[in-house]
Ligand binder design. Sequence first.
Ligand code: ATP
Length: 298
Amino acid sequence: MSVIEISHITKDYGQGRGVFDVSFSVHKGEVLGFLGPNGAGKTTTIRQLMGFIKPDHGTLTILGRDCFKEADVIQRSLGYLPGEIAFIDSMNGMEFIRFVAKMKNMKGMGRAQELMERFELDAMGKLKKMSKGMKQKIGIVCAFMDPSAEILILDEPTSGLDPLMQSRFVELVLEEKKAGKTILMSSHMFEEIERTCDRAAIIREGKLVAVEEIEKLKEGRQKNIEITFQDTGMAKAFAAEFPKAVYQDGSRTVTARVGRNLDSFIKKAGEYTITDLDVRTQSLEEFFMHFYGEGADK
Ligand SMILES: Nc1ncnc2c1ncn2[C@@H]1O[C@H](COP(=O)(O)OP(=O)(O)OP(=O)(O)O)[C@@H](O)[C@H]1O
């Protein structure tokens, strides 16, 4: 069952900026990673889901409710972490968290205290004086503090967090996933996407280029293989049979990026005497660059 449904939305800001005919959905209980380079349209899509802006065309619904027409209910009922948080600078962190809890009609502060401890946040200081990371932690507390929120929409949740806090965040998302929550999360952090998400939606220049299961994406990754042969003659002869293999005259080493042809590559190499072998699987990040870069929509 899909909880979040985005259907053919266009928001055209002119000069090719905005989002164009974007459709995808997030199923109940899944974590969907929303990826794309800067300016690709992630925030523009998320802001339409929150009902802050209206699409020129198309519809967005959450649990069947129209995101723009029923923005009040939607904003109150789900956990949301904006990409850039509009803080009320005169408040201290704690006052802001209380203010958000009130806006969400929460009785009490829910999980706020526990989350502050988890992220080692001292929220008593003035927001104006807080670092980017501290403000981000406040955003996380606000997004996750309501235990009744079944849906979480997070716009670059770990930006500004140090590696320890990023990994605490990943743990939190995994717990929430276990508890059955539905999560849409935009991110630049491939590792956190790989560790938490079931599927990824990839957007580029305002257009969706892929929605794919993370496991499938992982399978599609290539390997960088470096083979050292017993002598240069072998290296040269082997490289001649694989046009994509890189071989420098006089060297005993051949390097190649290998995907589906792994089996034939290894079998052919096995015909020669190998003295060393190094295999590195492309990271998900390198793999995504193929979607991000030129020719991604081919
Ligand atoms: N209110 C607006 N008026 C005009 N252009 C806008 C407006 N909001 C966003 N844009 C443009 O739309 C494009 C998409 O921006 P968006 O913020 O959605 O990207 P993003 O994928 O979230 O990027 P980032 O990773 O940098 O946060 C950008 O070119 C941006 O300049």
